[in-house]
Structures are given as structure tokens and as C-alpha cells.
Write a protein that binds this ligand. Structure first.
Ligand code: PLP
Length: 365
């Protein structure tokens, strides 16, 4: 018997999953034969389909949280003579730069304010001035603010200037329609516990097959070597190099089936959008303003300014909402006191209506 959750997670991962996704974990698997490995192959093929990559693209799964897959891409792509340009407007862009810096990679960082879109003109100027740049990395949905970064003009610049384009689409892949071929994304990174609505335990990378092949021998990390992991999965039909997160993988396959039953990425996107719209309207009625302007908002997570009322405290809001069955998220914006509410996962418009009603009942502002 799989119990109901005691509360709804309005956080961008781990997030609330369906009872059937959780139920799918309820057995053990041997990893030595095709019973299990064929599930891995199904997942890999389905991810390529979702990315619209066709035969030019492949997918690799990697143990760990999403950050491990970001790090795996950087270890695998970058050579001693490569230079990575990270375009950052939030904590996750900063994290990509931090990983590259700690690896000792040649790195340039272009930082934009947390509430602003990256400016393609500035990016192009940087590419002109620094011909040594070989790779461009950025975040799609910057989960710090909920900002949906317009990556298309930057990806177009990467193609124009023949740079390799890396997109951290961790919190958007599967929830926002996208085509990896146009504008071209060479490496796209996401993880099990975001918009596909699986449980935590692994990340995955969608890669241009030729680009990935060209990275053989680059990685100085053994466990995060994507080419090595990929070759093992390809040559042994879904075998992982090291212990595979079997329960998480089985749950993920179930989550992919449920994505299809919902009507695919387009339908999920509509649900997330509706969640966001109900939330933002309800919060505005309660006198709480969103951090971003409407054209920058993603349907993934929304950041709100903390009300200036001296009676307000995030702790209090958090605990009151938790007692009503909702878990919200602290802020991560460095310029302003904010808090965040996620609207991805097994969360529906009726849940958001209940949340808004619970917020309206709270009287400390
Ligand atoms: C969730 C997330 C990550 C990965 O975070 P982990 O805690 O390692 O799973 C990376 N980038 C973005 C934009 C994210 O939302």
C-alpha cells in the first residue's frame, strides 16, 4: 500500500510525484540482464524523442543530482585548450561557472542582473573580443528567480561563431516544448526529479552524437566521464558502469508514460502555465507582488517579493502553509528578500486554488 503524501511539495525538485510513480519503485531489480537494462534503453530513446533530436542525438543517464550531470558535461567537453563562456543571471549560472573554475578550466563569465535577460549583443561582442572562447554555457529556466531565459538568440550566436552550446535545461525540459536541433543545442542537461516528475537519483544529458563522440578521452574525472558512461550504455544495451539507481529509474519510466498520457510536453506546459496564472492572480489579490515582469516568467516557479509589512516572516508563512498541506520554497535572489512557490510536479489548478485560499486566510499583513 502506497500512502498519500502528507503535503504537496511546491518546490522545484524534489517535487510531488504521482502515487503510481512512487508505486513503481516497490520492487528490486537485478541489473545483469535485459529485464532491467531494456527499461534503461526505453528511457534513453524516449528522452531523445522528447528533445526532438532524431538520429543525430543520443542520451546518457548519470548517477547523482542534476549538478553531477552539469559537472559531467564540463569534464567531458572541455579540453586544456578550451575556454568556456558562462552567461549567468542567477545562482545556477553561477554554479556552472563555479564548477568550471574549480576544475581549472579556462573560464569567462558574463553576469547579467538577476531580473534581466542575457543581452545577445553583449554576448556577441565578447565572442568577437575573445576568439579563444570555444564553448558557451547558460541556464534555460533560472530557478533562482523563475526567469525563462531566451536562449535562442544565444544558441544562434553559438552556431554562427561555431561554438559548442551547453544548456542547463534542468528545470524546464519536459515542461516547456523545445527542439534541440533548432536553435541547435549541443549538450542539454536535465534530471529525473523536475518536469518529467520522477523521483531524485540521476540526471541525463541529450547530446549531439558526433560532438559527444569527439569528446572521448577528455575527462579527467572517471566517474563523471560521459563518453565512458555512454559507450557502456550503448555497447551493453542499457548497462550503467557503476551501481544504477534502479528504483529511481523504474519510477522515471512510469513518469515518462504518465507524461505521454497527459498529452506530452505541450499539455504539461499548459497545466504548468495555468498553475502559474492562478497563483500569480491569487497572490496579487493578497497584496503580494511577483519579482519578475510577466514576459520573463516561466511556468516553472514564481518568486515573490516578501511583503514589507513588519508582521511578515517567511518562517511563519512556511509553517502556516505546511500545516495546511503545502511546502513552499525560500528565496534565492541576492538583491531582494523573496520567497518562491513552484508549480511543477503532480500539482493541478485545483491545488493552486486551495493554496491561494490558504494564503488569503493568513492575516499578518
Ligand atoms: C535543480 C537545478 C539544478 C540541479 O540541482 P541539483 O540540486 O543538483 O539537482 C541545476 N540547474 C537548475 C537550473 C536547476 O533548477
Amino acid at each position: 500500500m502506497i500512502p498519500e503524501n502528507p503535503y504537496l511539495l511546491l518546490t522545484p525538485g524534489p517535487l510531488s510525484t504521482s502515487r503510481t510513480v512512487r508505486a513503481a519503485m516497490n520492487r528490486d531489480w537485478c541489473t545483469w540482464d535485459s529485464d532491467y537494462n531494456s527499461l534503461v534503453q526505453k528511457i534513453r530513446a524516449r528522452l531523445v524523442e522528447l528533445s526532438q533530436g532524431g538520429s543525430a542525438y543520443t542520451s546518457v543517464l548519470m548517477q547523482g543530482s542534476g549538478t553531477f550531470s552539469v559537472e559531467a558535461v564540463l569534464w567531458t567537453c572541455l579540453k586544456p585548450d578550451s575556454t568556456l563562456l558562462v552567461i549567468s543571471n542567477g545562482a545556477y549560472g553561477k554554479r556552472m561557472a563555479r564548477i568550471a573554475s574549480q576544475m581549472g578550466a579556462n573560464l569567462r563569465v558574463l553576469t547579467f542582473p538577476e531580473g534581466s535577460q542575457p543581452d545577445p549583443k553583449v554576448v556577441e561582442k565578447t565572442l568577437q573580443e575573445h576568439p579563444e572562447i570555444s564553448h558557451l554555457g547558460m541556464v534555460h529556466c533560472e530557478t533562482t528567480t523563475g526567469m525563462l531565459n531566451r536562449y535562442a538568440p544565444i544558441a544562434d550566436l553559438a552556431s554562427k561563431w561555431e561554438k559548442i552550446f551547453i544548456l542547463d535545461a534542468m528545470s524546464s525540459f519536459g515542461g516547456i516544448p523545445l527542439d534541440v536541433r533548432s536553435p541547435k543545442i549541443d549538450f542539454l542537461i536535465s534530471s529525473a526529479n523536475k518536469c518529467i516528475q520522477g523521483v531524485p537519483g540521476f540526471g541525463f544529458v541529450l547530446a549531439d552524437r558526433t560532438r559527444l563522440q569527439g569528446c572521448e578521452g577528455n575527462s579527467k574525472s572517471h566517474s563523471l566521464d560521459l563518453v565512458d558512461q555512454w559507450k557502456t550504455m550503448e555497447e551493453n544495451q542499457g548497462k550503467w558502469r557503476f551501481t544504477s539507481p534502479t528504483h529511481t529509474v523504474r519510477a522515471f519510466l512510469q513518469a515518462l508514460q504518465e507524461l505521454e498520457e497527459e498529452g506530452g510536453v505541450a499539455a504539461r506546459y499548459q497545466r504548468y502555465r495555468l498553475n502559474h496564472e492562478i497563483l500569480i492572480r491569487g497572490m496579487e489579490n493578497a497584496g503580494i507582488r511577483a519579482f519578475l515582469s510577466a514576459e520573463d516568467q516561466s511556468p516553472i516557479i514564481t518568486a515573490f517579493h516578501e511583503p514589507e509589512n513588519p508582521g511578515f516572516s517567511f518562517e511563519k508563512l512556511y509553517h502556516l502553509l505546511k500545516s495546511e498541506g503545502f511546502v513552499i520554497y525560500p528565496g534565492k535572489v541576492s538583491q531582494a528578500p523573496t520567497f518562491r512557490i513552484g508549480h511543477i510536479g503532480h500539482v493541478f489548478p485545483a491545488d493552486i486554488h486551495r493554496l491561494v485560499a490558504a494564503v488569503e486566510k493568513i492575516k499578518f499583513w
